[in-house]
Design a protein around this ligand. Sequence first.
Ligand SMILES: Cc1cc2nc3c(=O)[nH]c(=O)nc-3n(C[C@H](O)[C@H](O)[C@H](O)COP(=O)(O)OP(=O)(O)OC[C@H]3O[C@@H](n4cnc5c(N)ncnc54)[C@H](O)[C@@H]3O)c2cc1C
Length: 451
Amino acid sequence: METEIYEVLIVGGGVSGAALFYELSYYTDLSKIALLEKYSEIAMLNSNATANSQTIHCGDIETNYTLDKAKHVQRTAKMIEKYCLQHGYENKIMFKHQKMAIGIGYDECRFMTKRYEEFKVLYPYLELYNKEDLEKIEPALIFDEKGRGRNEEIVGVGAKDQYTTANFKALSDSFIENAKLNKEIQADVFFDAQVSKIEKKDGIFHLETKDGRHFQAKMVIANAGAHSLFLAHQMGYGLDYGQLPMAGSFYKAHKRILVGKVYMVQNPKLPFAALHGDPDITLDDHTRFGPTALVLPKLERFRKGTYLDFFKTLRLDMNIVRIFVNLLKDKDIRNYILRNFLFEVPYLGKRAFLKDARKIIPSLQAEDIEYAKGFGGVRGQILDKTNQKLMLGEASIDTGEGIIFNMTPSPGATSCLGNAQRDVEKICAYLGKTFDAARFDQDLVEEDTHA
Ligand SMILES: Cc1cc2nc3c(=O)[nH]c(=O)nc-3n(C[C@H](O)[C@H](O)[C@H](O)COP(=O)(O)OP(=O)(O)OC[C@H]3O[C@@H](n4cnc5c(N)ncnc54)[C@H](O)[C@@H]3O)c2cc1C
């Protein structure tokens, strides 16, 4: 069984690999595909519900997105919504919450009001909330512990009736289950299958797993999260990239303080999402705050090892050193990095974090929150050695030789179906197979978001 030649092998069973597995089985005429996952279950790393912020980032309240970027993410975010509606996953995998981004103080309030005017063309449901509105719909933003109202000016821009939240682990599981329902394709999943070596011989890829299993395929897609670049480097690809793992942690409160998701205005210099608070869909009546951003010398959070893998994928040289020096020259970035280290320190971290979280919820007290142990993940940020800069967002190395490596920091979970579509088209072109674009569009693409 294991020595047969698959048309496509996917390495990595997070939400990206699972989405691709689903699309290949549903929308192509391929007959034999497989997915190899290192752990014994799907989506145990960054796609797990406890690892990420569970947000369907559709661009309406992400204040660091330009209108163009927003259009792009809106298209892919809508795919998740359409998929979940098609399969009846409302309130099981995908949830509606109120959501908003808030501006505090004169500058941020002007910024948010201007952004609202610009973005409501793309998102007609967006609403602008003043202090009185917020008192009614999200009172924790306004009142302090003594019930006194906030002094500073505040506005919110958001929506009340949109799908905002997904359990990306449950979504990943559903992709695999639904893919396997199609009996016209052999779609195999192998667990505890950590790919340790990939080689191409006579046009066929040979993959070896750590426990000695051997697989063959005509095409390989590495959706191995922070390990995609590690595998690429092993094969001599992507050598002009290094990778900086940025861990994200959370704090949590044992009560429901917020009605919905509340994001803050993003500092455009900082590459990671602004602090936010929201009800956690896996913990009843809890509020989660975060994520923080912490440089961590390993590729997997809460798992043993991967320190050596980090050093290998960093590919430390003078170009990388220059990127770090340039980043640290900026006072805002320097303070941000130090502050995020502090958030991990027992006792002091909580006090420092509380100060930031109180910008959202003025009444929050130290006894209300605790460090959320075991929550968080790693965003592998790509360092572009040629241009000596930290790349923001996702990256994909398409070798044009039958193997693709995908690196998917945030909002990679939201864009899983869109990224998979891009790869399905490439796979079909490479293997001479057919992608049923009409059916795909009908099922998953919202009419007015066609690319
Ligand atoms: C703190 C934090 C908050 C985030 N919040 C959001 C959010 O709100 N919304 C959003 O859209 N995105 C968010 N993200 C990003 C999102 O979690 C990721 O983009 C997404 O989970 C990436 O999915 P993936 O399948 O590409 O990678 P992963 O989920 O990391 O999966 C990779 C898989 O590959 C497997 N693997 C690795 N190496 C091998 C190997 N050698 N052989 C076989 N298998 C292997 C791993 O075991 C794993 O299962 C957040 C990320 C973090 C860290």
